[in-house]
Design a protein around this ligand. Sequence first.
Ligand code: NAD
Length: 301
Amino acid sequence: MILDGKKIASEIRSELREQIASRVAQGKRAPRLGIVIVGHNPASETYVANKIKACAEVGIEVERVALEADITEEQLLAEVERLNHDEQIDGFIVQLPLPDHITETTILSAIDYRKDVDGLTPANVGRTVQGLPSLVSATPRGIRELLARNGIQTAGKHVVVIGRSNIVGKPIAMLLMQRPYLSLPGMSASSLGDATVTICHSKTRDLAAICRTADIIIVAAGCPKLLTADMVREGVVVIDVGINRVEDPASPRGYRLTGDVDFEHVAPKAAYITPVPGGVGPMTIASLLQNTLQAYNEHTR
Ligand code: NAD
């Protein structure tokens, strides 16, 4: 069965729209998200435009802060401080990547964790590790929601995560191995967890043998066709996070997007599988909106 991220993300947006409309009808102000973009990276500008559009659809106001690429680290830190203290801003993100002369970890560490709707500050990651209420980064939150809304249990299951990045591999592994005592407002997926998790990466020996013991495989490596049919057993659940451009002369753009899974051959063996595009991708923006509402609810309590 295909795990339709596009459909579920659209359901989430409808729920958020209703929740926000009802808060506003009670006389509260609308949630407000800050988006800081530095320089003119075309991919970043597209991502930011998509986020602004998604916010508008559900009733979240946006303050877009566009800064020139030659801004100093101190000036950007001052902007982060301003947003940390702005009472009208419930949460904000600093769109990555940043120019080379700015250290990302310095900037991320300066964001107030209660406004960190990208869930990337060391404070939020630490809170997640300790099972404290936190803002979980968007892609792992989206994966958890995708599993939960399809009734896929993780307790006692063997989950293999391929990839150990700070934005996907590490946090999703952490979330799924947790005892399910994380209680996140507005989160239907809080009962997920209790899995036995193996994290694999580029130095893992015999990835295929490890994958063949998995009930659930989450692939976030950025390698087309990394997961092939001989590496999975019948009835496996496959979550493909990868987004890769592969040349395709038949496409008007000259390329098409593909994930990390050999979808054509793995899908017939899988109980559930996400497509690329239309799987994890749409869930990521929906999760940013959920995080913004979570921060707003805490902030305007
Ligand atoms: P990354 O690019 O920072 O790192 C890749 C990870 O995969 C590393 O930990 C590496 O050790 C591992 N890896 C690479 N080749 C491997 C191999 N042959 N065998 C085993 N492990 C291997 O990771 P990222 O930022 O999490 O991105 C991974 C992929 O997910 C990329 O394609 C990215 O575009 C995509 N992505 C998608 C979304 C989404 O919303 N769908 C969000 C974030 C990232």
